[in-house]
Design a binder for this molecule. Structure first.
Ligand SMILES: CC(C)(COP(=O)(O)OP(=O)(O)OC[C@H]1O[C@@H](n2cnc3c(N)ncnc32)[C@H](O)[C@@H]1O)[C@@H](O)C(=O)NCCC(=O)NCCS
Ligand SMILES: Nc1ncnc2c1ncn2[C@@H]1O[C@H](COP(=O)(O)OP(=O)(O)OP(=O)(O)O)[C@@H](O)[C@H]1O
Length: 465
C-alpha cells in the first residue's frame, strides 16, 4: 500500500506521492502541494474524498501548476489506490464519491503534446462524463504545422500513448479509443452513437463545427460540455494559460534524448556537435560557449576553407569529381564550383563527402592536443556530413522558417526568393531536431538564448564526469 513520508533527510526522496483530500484538509491544499513539490520527485496522486470531485478538480490542477510544476499530478477518478506511494500530510483512505456518468460515449480532441494540467482537466472531465468509453482524436500531419515550436512536437504515437496511459491510470472504468486525426473532425463526425463533446473555452467553436457537420451528415447533435482554461503566465511566449507551447519552450536547453553511446578514451574531451540552418544563430551560441572555461569550440566551416589550399589533395579530388575546369593552377574557382553545386542537393552532398574527411583530420589533431573537458564541433552541415554517429551529443539551434527568411534577407541583402532557395538547399529544422539531444531556439532576446545555453551546460556538467 502506501507509506508515510520519510523523516530522515538522508533517505532518498520517494518518487511517487499521495495526498488524501477531505473536507478537513481541503483548505490546506496549496501547502500540501508545496510540500509534495519538495518531498517527492516524479508523480503525485490526489484522492478526493467526501467532497465534490467535479467542482474541485480544476482548482487542484490550477494550484498544482503553481505549487508543484515539477510533478506529474494526477487526480484519481476511481477507487484505485496507487501502489508504493508515499502519503503527504495525513488523511485516512475512505470512500470516494465520483459523479454519476451522464453519457455512455464522449468524444474530444487535441494535440496533447507534453500532456499538461489543462489537458488533464479536459480528459478527466470526459472520463467522468462517460460510463463506457471516450473517443479521442489526436492531431497529426498538417494540423500541427502552425503551432509555435512545432518542430519539437512529439510523434503522434507517443502523444496517443500518453493520453491512453493517463486516462487508464486515473479512471477504473473508462476505455480510451484514441486515433490520429488529419483534420479537426476525426471520429467525431464518423461515429454515430457519441453523445457529448468536451471542449475548452478556446475550442468551443470547434465543438460547434463538429455539430454542424454531424447535422449535415444526418447524425445526432452532441451536447457541448465546456471547461474553463487553466491559467498560467508565460511572458516569453505571451501565453496566459497552461500550454504545450510553453512546455516546448521550457524543454529548450534540456536533454531531450539520452546521449548516444560512443566510447570515449580516458582523458579525451567529450565531444558535442553544434549545428543549425542558415542564420539560425549558431555562431552566436558558439561564441557564447567559447567563453565557458571548460569548453573549446572548433569552427568547422572555417577549417573547411583551409582545406582548399592551392595544390591540396582536396582540390585534386574536386577536379576529378566536378571537372578539370573548376580547378585552375591548383586553385578552386569557387564561383564555378558554387554554380555547379548550389541548388542541387545531390551534388552538394558529393562535395560535402569530399570535404568532410579532410576537415575531420584537422578536427582530430585539435582534439588530440586540447586540455578542455568539452569540445564543441560547430558545423552547418554536421548532420548531412554523417558526423552525428561519431559524437555522443548533437545540439541544434533553430528559428521558425519565416524568421530564417527575414534574417537572411536582412543580413545578406538578398530577395525573399533567394533566401528561400538557400534555406531549401539545406535539410529542415525538423530533420536536425529529430536527431538532436539538446535544442535551442534563438527567436527571442539574446539573454533568453543564453539562459537556454546555460541550462544545457549546467546539465551537461552534471551528467558527464
Ligand atoms: C482542432 C483541435 C482538436 C486541435 O486541438 P489543439 O491543437 O487545440 O490541442 P491542444 O493539445 O492544444 O489542446 C487540446 C484541448 O485542450 C484544451 N486546452 C489546452 N490548454 C488548456 C488549458 N490551459 N486549460 C484547459 N484546456 C486547455 C484545448 O482548448 C483543446 O480543447 C481542437 O482545438 C478543437 O477544435 N477541438 C474541438 C473539436 C474536436 O474536438 N475535434 C476532434 C474530435 S475527434
Ligand atoms: N538570440 C538571438 N536573438 C535575436 N537575433 C539573433 C539571435 N541569435 C542570432 N540572431 C540573429 O540571427 C542572425 C544570424 O546569426 P548567426 O550569424 O549567429 O547565425 P548562424 O547560424 O551562425 O548563421 P550562418 O550559418 O548563416 O552563418 C544574426 O544576424 C543575428 O542578428
Amino acid at each position: 500500500m502506501y507509506t508515510a513520508l520519510l523523516k530522515n533527510p538522508e533517505d532518498m526522496p520517494p518518487e511517487i506521492g499521495l495526498i488524501v483530500l477531505t473536507a478537513r484538509n481541503i483548505n490546506r491544499l496549496s501547502s500540501l502541494l508545496a510540500t509534495a513539490s519538495t518531498s517527492v520527485t516524479s508523480k503525485l496522486y490526489i484522492r478526493v474524498q467526501d467532497t465534490c470531485l467535479d467542482t474541485i478538480l480544476p482548482k487542484i490542477y490550477l494550484d498544482s501548476s503553481q505549487q508543484c510544476p515539477n510533478l506529474d499530478v494526477r487526480v484519481l477518478l476511481g477507487e484505485k489506490i496507487p501502489q508504493s506511494a508515499t502519503l503527504i500530510g495525513d488523511g485516512e483512505v475512505g470512500k470516494i464519491s465520483p459523479p454519476e456518468p451522464k453519457y455512455k460515449k464522449v468524444v474530444l480532441g487535441g494535440t496533447f503534446d507534453r500532456l499538461h494540467n489543462g489537458h488533464k482537466v479536459l480528459l478527466s472531465k470526459a472520463a467522468m462524463l462517460a460510463s463506457e468509453s471516450i473517443t479521442c482524436g489526436v492531431t497529426d500531419k498538417t494540423m500541427i504545422l502552425k503551432k509555435s515550436l512545432f518542430e519539437m512536437i512529439e510523434p503522434v504515437e507517443k502523444r496517443i500513448a500518453d493520453v491512453v496511459e493517463f486516462v487508464e491510470d486515473v479512471s477504473d472504468t473508462v476505455r480510451v479509443l484514441a486515433e490520429p486525426i488529419p483534420d479537426m473532425y476525426g471520429p467525431s463526425t464518423r461515429v454515430q452513437d457519441l453523445e457529448a463533446i468536451v471542449v475548452s473555452e478556446e475550442t468551443r467553436k470547434g465543438g460547434d463545427a463538429v455539430n454542424k457537420k454531424r447535422q449535415e451528415n444526418g447524425m445526432s447533435v452532441l451536447d457541448v460540455v465546456v471547461i474553463s482554461l487553466v491559467e498560467a503566465n508565460d511572458e516569453v511566449m505571451k501565453e496566459s494559460k497552461v500550454s504545450s507551447s510553453s512546455r516546448r519552450r521550457e524543454a529548450l536547453g534540456t536533454l531531450l534524448r539520452p546521449p548516444y553511446d560512443i566510447p570515449r578514451a580516458a582523458g579525451r574531451p567529450y565531444m558535442i556537435g553544434l549545428t543549425g540552418g542558415i542564420a539560425s544563430g549558431k555562431s552566436n551560441i558558439a561564441k557564447y560557449l567559447a567563453t565557458k572555461p571548460d569548453f573549446q569550440v572548433i569552427d568547422c566551416d572555417k577549417l573547411a576553407h583551409g582545406c582548399y589550399e592551392p595544390g591540396s589533395r582536396l582540390n585534386q579530388e574536386i577536379a576529378q569529381t566536378f571537372g578539370e575546369e573548376v580547378v585552375k593552377n591548383g586553385v578552386v574557382d569557387r564561383r564555378k564550383l558554387g554554380g555547379i553545386v548550389f541548388g542541387n542537393k545531390d551534388l552538394l552532398r558529393q562535395l560535402s563527402e569530399l570535404v568532410w574527411p579532410h576537415v575531420y583530420e584537422k578536427v582530430e589533431s585539435i582534439v588530440a592536443s586540447s586540455d578542455k573537458k568539452f569540445i564543441v564541433i560547430e558545423a552547418a552541415a554536421l548532420v548531412e556530413a554523417g558526423w552525428r554517429k561519431n559524437l555522443p551529443e548533437l545540439w541544434t539551434v533553430f528559428v521558425p522558417e519565416a524568421e530564417t527568411i527575414r534574417r537572411v534577407v536582412e543580413r545578406d541583402n538578398v530577395s525573399e526568393e533567394q533566401a528561400q532557395a538557400r534555406m531549401r538547399s539545406q535539410i529542415t529544422n525538423k530533420e536536425r531536431i529529430d536527431e538532436s539531444n539538446v535544442v535551442f531556439c534563438s527567436l527571442w532576446a539574446y539573454e533568453e538564448t543564453r539562459a537556454q545555453v546555460d541550462r544545457a551546460v549546467e546539465q551537461l556538467r552534471k551528467r558527464v564526469s
